[in-house]
Design a protein around this ligand. Structure first.
Ligand SMILES: NC(=O)c1ccc[n+]([C@@H]2O[C@H](COP(=O)([O-])OP(=O)(O)OC[C@H]3O[C@@H](n4cnc5c(N)ncnc54)[C@H](OP(=O)(O)O)[C@@H]3O)[C@@H](O)[C@H]2O)c1
Length: 324
């Protein structure tokens, strides 16, 4: 195990708050289809392990049905609240989220189809109260809108929902507010009327889904980007053009290929959200803060990555070749 005594560096958000530069996710592998199912001890244990090895940024969401597990792990960790960074995300629609999950997880989610479709995006202040109760917290560090697709192109609706997020911020129940899965038109729409701009946009981002000039757009608008699914080339899209360069760099830096993919994001000022059930892997992944890729190495991965397209989430929203 990489016994590193290092503190994860922070990324400064446009609102001045600091966020640890890697997040531990409580979705995907930990997702529970049935909100009424018993608490999942494996999720609690893995989250406690993540905190123990040095992760301080925990990325949850109402739809994962793991906020209670997240809250228990936080409490049991005995780490002072102010040293942890807690994100949660307003439930968008169980049906839409279900369709966006990869096939393996979807099979576990058959229950969800039978449930009534639930959406909490209509009343965001009520949604944060429910999340805080499940987490056992007075505030979250970051609150996000899960996706813009509920608005179906209605910009006024997006703007109204963003105004509700601003109300949550003003209430002190979230220290920062942001969005997830927003593309340029969605961001343009809310920026037209926003009093507070989104601090961050959490998107699927890896070499096989680089979204054209979306990173440059965020830089220009002073909005940070975080990446979910950063290991997709190793997990759901293995056998592609980046494998060789990632393997070569893993040897050079004496790390695992996954760490090269995380570093590729970090070196572009993109904050990766990953997860693992394995202590060794979680610990090893923190080595990403001990090296940097050169500009040429970043470019090599970017170039090879652009030779293949793979979107792992929200496929029902996008055409197969849509790389936006
Ligand atoms: N906002 C959204 O719409 C959205 C969507 C999806 C995800 N998210 C967030 O992002 C988090 C991370 O997403 P993700 O799970 O897709 O991230 P990821 O970092 O791409 O994948 C993590 C998964 O990869 C596995 N893994 C790691 N290294 C591997 C290797 N070398 N070979 C094979 N498998 C390997 C891990 O399993 P082991 O247990 O075996 O290590 C883990 O299940 C989620 O938990 C959630 O918090 C948000």
């Amino acid at each position: 195990m990489a016994k590193l005594d290092l503190k994860v560096p922070d990324l400064t958000l446009p609102d001045g708050n600091k966020i640890p530069f890697i997040g531990y996710g409580l979705g995907t592998a930990w997702y529970k289809a049935d909100p009424n199912s018993p608490k999942d001890q494996a999720t609690i244990d893995a989250t406690e392990t993540a905190i123990k090895v040095g992760y301080r940024h925990l990325d949850g969401a109402e739809v994962y049905n793991t906020e209670e597990e997240q809250g228990i792990a936080i409490k049991q960790s005995k780490i002072p609240r102010e040293e942890l960074y807690i994100t949660t995300v307003c439930l968008y629609s169980t049906a839409q989220i279900w369709q966006s999950l990869p096939p393996l997880i979807s099979q576990r989610s058959v229950l969800t189809i039978k449930q009534k479709v639930i959406t909490h995006i209509d009343d965001i202040p009520a949604a944060i109260d429910r999340s805080l109760k499940k987490l056992g917290l007075d505030y979250v560090d970051l609150y996000l809108i899960h996706a813009p697709f509920f608005a179906k192109g209605d910009n006024k609706l997006l703007q109204q929902r963003w105004a509700q997020m601003e109300d949550v911020l003003a209430s002190g129940k979230a220290k920062s507010i942001g969005v997830s899965n927003f593309l340029k038109p969605h961001l343009d729409a809310i920026l037209e009327t926003a009093k507070v701009r989104p601090s961050i946009n959490q998107i699927e981002f890896h070499p096989y889904l680089q979204h054209g000039d979306l990173l440059a757009y965020h830089k220009n608008k002073d909005i940070r980007v975080s990446a979910y699914g950063p290991l997709t080339p190793l997990t759901k899209a293995k056998g592609g053009p980046v494998d060789a360069v990632v393997e070569k760099l893993a040897k050079k830096y004496a790390v695992n290929p996954g760490e090269i993919l995380l570093r590729w994001a970090i070196d572009q000022n993109v904050l990766p959200i990953t997860t693992s059930s394995k202590e060794q892997r979680l610990s090893d992944m923190l080595r990403v803060f001990t090296f940097k890729l050169t500009p040429k190495e970043i470019e090599d991965i970017t170039t090879e990555g652009n030779k293949k397209h793979h979107r792992a989430f929200w496929n029902h929203i996008f055409d197969a070749n849509d790389q936006s």
